[in-house]
Design a protein around this ligand. Structure first.
Ligand SMILES: O=C(O)CCC(=O)C(=O)O
Length: 292
């Protein structure tokens, strides 16, 4: 596997926003460098930018991941339930219009053990540990499938508003099961935005917010990914994702929310907090807390 924000060739963008991944820099002019070039560590990049792309982290598992993903989506379709998680609210209506879909379920580990054990892979946890420290708990996971042509967008938001964690020591990790580009409604991010802290009205499923006026979806940086790439981002990083208007390609992702188990996730939130320990110990766990 290779990690880091390395270059990928992409089709020319319709927007004026530059994709996150640039072409390789021209060869340096200095003939005899006196020191090796500085390469920032994942932890340094995450602290500075509020995100890190682990290229190909699960590329060698992609066949199994996609088979499982497709099976779960088929299972969802037979349930008769509403599985469309397209957000409501005027901000979402403005970007989505009508008839758009994002197929969703929470807690993918409840469908297939593959999505329970994947988070225990050392290559995944080593990165989480670099970003959050040695004691790591799983909050929840979720699956998103944006169908071709009709895939819904997520307006810009910060995640903390949905499941606040003490000290904001929480991250999202998006496992790309398919590729994702701008036409397919890829993730869009505002690099460094986590450093401004919690924004009031940070949610994306209500009326248009100051956050969305300040950071329009189309100005955020598109994060172009290949199957097996994992994008980690801070719970304060301003982000959203676009429409899937691609005529044939489906965008498939599974997202895990992981937090520092030395901090407490505010109870009573809409999002289920599994509190499963992925690595290390939870020094704040109590008998009553472990029982609901
Ligand atoms: O992956 C996406 O399309 C965006 C998901 C997202 O913004 C979120 O779950 O907070």
């Amino acid at each position: 596997m290779s990690t880091g924000s390395s270059s990928r060739t992409t089709k020319p963008s319709k927007t004026t926003v530059k994709p996150l991944l640039r072409k390789p820099a021209a060869a340096p002019r200095v003939r005899r460098p006196t020191a090796a070039p500085r390469v920032s560590s994942p932890a340094t990049a995450f602290a500075k930018d509020g995100f890190f792309i682990a290229r190909g982290l699960f590329a060698d598992r992609i066949g199994d991941l996609e088979r499982s993903f497709d099976r779960i989506v088929a299972q969802l379709a037979t349930s008769g339930e509403n599985t469309n998680a397209r957000w409501g609210g005027t901000a979402s209506d403005q970007v989505n219009g009508s008839g758009r879909i994002v197929t969703h379920t929470h807690n993918v580990q409840m469908y297939d053990a593959l999505w329970a054990t994947l988070w225990y892979e050392p290559r995944f946890l080593d990165l989480c540990e670099a970003f959050l420290g040695p004691d790591l708990a799983l909050h929840h996971t979720k699956l998103f499938q944006k169908p071709a042509e009709r895939g819904a967008a997520f307006p810009m938001h910060q995640d903390w508003g949905y499941f606040p964690v003490e000290g904001d020591r929480c991250l999202a990790a998006i496992v790309h099961v398919s590729r994702a580009d701008e036409q397919m409604g890829c993730l869009r991010i505002v690099p460094g935005s986590h450093r401004a802290g919690r924004i009031v009205n940070a949610k994306g499923d209500g009326d248009l917010t100051e956050l969305q006026r300040r950071h329009p979806l189309e100005s955020a940086v598109p994060v172009l990914c290949q199957p097996g790439d994992v994008v980690f981002f801070h719970c304060l990083t301003v982000h959203g994702s676009g429409l899937n208007t691609h005529p044939t390609e489906v965008r498939k992702t599974v997202l895990a929310q992981v937090y520092d188990a030395k901090t407490v996730a505010t109870p009573g939130q809409h999002h289920y907090n599994s509190r499963f320990m992925l690595r290390g110990v939870n020094p704040r766990m109590t008998r009553s807390n472990s029982d609901h």
